[in-house]
Design a protein around this ligand. Sequence first.
Ligand SMILES: NC(=O)c1ccc[n+]([C@@H]2O[C@H](COP(=O)([O-])OP(=O)(O)OC[C@H]3O[C@@H](n4cnc5c(N)ncnc54)[C@H](O)[C@@H]3O)[C@@H](O)[C@H]2O)c1
Length: 254
Amino acid sequence: MGRVQDKVAIVTGAAANPSLGRATAMRLAGEGAKVVVTDVNEAGVKDTAAQIEAAGGEALALVQDVTDENRWKEVINATVERFGRLDVLVNNAGIAVLAPMSELTLDDWNRQINVNLTSVFLGCKYGMEAMRQSGGGSIINLSSVAGLIGLQTCTAYGASKGGVRLMSKSVALEGAADNIRCNSVHPGVMWTTMQAQAVGSDKPEDTDVSPDRVPLGRLGTAEDIANAVLYLASDESSYVTGTEVTVDAGMTCQ
Ligand SMILES: NC(=O)c1ccc[n+]([C@@H]2O[C@H](COP(=O)([O-])OP(=O)(O)OC[C@H]3O[C@@H](n4cnc5c(N)ncnc54)[C@H](O)[C@@H]3O)[C@@H](O)[C@H]2O)c1
């Protein structure tokens, strides 16, 4: 028996390689979940589904822009049609628009909030409807250390991630009566395609993980986050809702 055996999960933003979404989808599938992987990147998300199937799991790849309300309804319907229910939703898709305030345009701000925050509202809204039909479920929203503390160039990104943190608590309260849990996950510095873009290098060693910034002194892996999401998706966390799971090697404890 896997730790999420036969649960039906949606993971958004599961195309990039490496990425938190892809690693999470593979980890959930490896523990017995049937996983719907979605992304704007069609080739990438099909590749993730193929990897899951090659490892003996079950997956469905769907193209989805998480800012599109109608597409959310279609994705949830397609999930229920294919696998019969929805138990787990991982709102993971995101972008990082990093710039000082002086350079940040209103368009940048709106794009950042739409992709990282409005999308999570839509996912929670329509995901909860399907989870009520399933007798409950677990929603896991990817926030960030930037949703807990202020960071340079993170005005818009941090606002979006702080919003995800508090929205998750309201969703937890609203979902509790229907056995729907909702928690946020706060990664530190993890090696993914986004991190490579942020540092402008495809070499992991070019990321600053000095102990004054990252107390454990190493770059996180996508699997470090996938493991935390797996716990929140599983019944092992059945008494955990409305909280933050910080996976940051100690970045925010000082
Ligand atoms: N990598 C880190 O260190 C880190 C730290 C803190 C938080 N996070 C958060 O974790 C999540 C995943 O980050 P990652 O590092 O794996 O990023 P990534 O860029 O490596 O992967 C993100 C995926 O989301 C997809 N995506 C982007 N916009 C989309 C849209 N509108 N609709 C659907 N899919 C879309 C991309 O195509 C990509 O496949 C994000 O929400 C990010 O903000 C990451």
